[in-house]
Design a protein around this ligand. Structure first.
Ligand code: UDP
Length: 449
């Protein structure tokens, strides 16, 4: 990772404004910086990523826009992305032009998050090489691509409410069912498809980087390569490739590590549903009583504002949950440190792609409870392809929670999943070492720049 180039060249990165997108983009930035490139991060006010001591190596520029600051929360992710891309189309061209006029270094390329697709036209205008970065996996990208085609053919009829085809397998996307497709919980399918059409249109991009490992999804990578006809570089898990600068948007509560230190090896279920998943109050209460009756210990991340329909404050709600000394609740955890802790035996997750990679990178089996978009794809793969977890489907009731916890923590099948997870961990570790697939893929990409 340390070899330096003779003449410095600069890469401009455009991350999407969400925790699960910013972190892998900054990890990629660090990996490229270690290879000798200068880094500029172009962002809107919605990213919150402020230049700091830890990010001192990177330059930040602001893409001007005049959207209300509340839009990110008020519109939901899908409508927000549509609006943000429209808003930045012209302003980014201007901003990039001004930036280039002041630049001493040559620009090697512009790398943009697939959902920041406004960047393609601007980079094209200035004749800069463009690379798409998918922070989700190849299978999720393939699904979005296939959804656009299915939508053009029959309006995604099998997804229409009441048509009863949700359990059917999607042709070409085995083992995914229609209900596993990455539709959004925040917007109608038409709006999601509008975003996908733009994000899957590679335009004049010369290649694509995906935060994944070829051994995890070789057939989806091959499929994509054939469809898109540009080089695809599986470079991941990025969090294992470069020690990334801290990019957490919420303060981490380290006290949970002290609590974990007092627990027995592999005895704790870590529960976290990522940075924007929401739960109903009644689900939270069912989950708490299911966990208590499973007799397992658990560390639970409950973000402020993540519980819907609650007449109680979080503190009042926690007192109703009667979790006794078996459970510990924090608002935000140092997740990678938690997953690496020997006391953690399983991860109850919404299956965001970063969380899934972080869990597999530590050999921790998963209880999957996806909520929206690619999380459903990831959960299906965790259960049916990598076989390192189980998915909890349907209504979240106490008994269902208790059974899932016991399957992972007590039953023999849990032990088998753990063994498979540990073997996957070794494969992922090898992939980022010299001669490993992701390590070599990064080198191949750099040769083209
Ligand atoms: N995360 C964390 N502390 C928490 C919960 C999550 O640091 O208490 C981090 C986690 O390590 C991951 C990111 O937040 O890197 C969540 O990304 P993911 O893709 O899993 O889900 P999203 O938030 O995008 O739904």
């Amino acid at each position: 990772m340390e070899e330096k180039q003779e003449r410095r060249r600069r890469i401009v990165l455009i991350p999407a404004p969400a925790q699960g997108h910013i972190s892998p983009m900054m990890q990629l930035a660090r990996a490229l910086h270690l290879k000798g490139f200068s880094i500029t991060v172009a962002q809107t006010k919605f990213n919150y990523l402020k230049p700091s001591k830890d990010l001192a190596d990177f330059q930040f520029i602001t893409i001007p826009e005049s959207l209300p600051a509340s839009d990110l929360k008020d519109l939901g992710p899908v409508w927000f992305l549509i609006k943000l891309n429209k808003e930045c189309e012209v302003s980014f061209k201007k901003c990039l032009g001004q930036f280039l006029a002041q630049q001493q270094e040559e620009i090697a390329c512009v790398i943009y998050d697939e959902f920041m697709y406004f960047a393609e036209a601007a980079a094209k205008e200035f004749n800069l090489p463009k690379i798409i970065f998918s922070t989700e996996n190849a299978t999720a990208f393939a699904c979005r691509y296939a959804m656009c085609k299915l939508y053009a053919k029959d309006g995604l009829a099998p997804l229409k409410e009441g048509c009863g085809r949700e359990e059917e397998l999607v042709p070409e996307l085995h083992p995914l069912r229609y209900k596993d497709l990455p539709t959004s919980a925040f917007a109608p399918v038409e709006a999601s498809v509008e975003v996908f059409k733009s994000s899957c249109d590679i335009g004049t991009a010369s290649s694509m980087i995906i935060n994944t490992v070829s051994c995890l999804e070789i057939s989806s990578l091959d499929w994509l390569q054939q469809e898109l006809k540009i080089p695809i570089y599986p470079i991941g898990p990025l969090h294992m490739m470069a020690s990334a600068p801290p990019t957490s948007l919420i303060e981490e509560d380290e006290s949970c590590i002290d609590w974990l230190n007092k627990q027995k090896p592999s005895s704790v279920i870590y529960i976290s549903l990522g940075s924007f998943t929401l739960m109903e109050t009644k689900e939270v209460l069912e989950m708490a009583s299911g966990l208590v009756s499973s007799n397992q210990h658990f560390l639970w991340v409950i973000r402020p504002g993540s519980i819907l329909g609650s007449e109680f404050s979080n503190e009042e709600l926690f007192s109703k949950m009667e979790i006794s000394d078996r459970g510990y609740i924090v608002k935000w955890a140092p997740q990678k440190q938690v997953l690496a802790h020997s006391a953690v035996g399983a991860f109850w997750s919404h299956c965001g792609w970063n969380s899934t990679l972080e869990s597999m990178g530590e050999g921790v089996p998963m209880i999957c409870r996806p909520f929206t978009t690619d999380q459903k794809v990831n959960a299906r793969y965790v259960e049916c392809v990598w076989r390192v977890g189980v998915q909890v489907e349907g209504e979240l009731k106490k008994g269902v929670v208790e059974r899932a916890a016991k399957r992972l923590m007590v039953d023999e099948e849990g032990e088998e999943m753990k063994m498979r997870a540990l073997s996957l961990k070794e494969k992922l570790k090898c992939s980022v070492l010299p001669e490993g697939s992701s390590h070599d893929s990064l080198d191949d990409l750099i040769k083209t720049l």
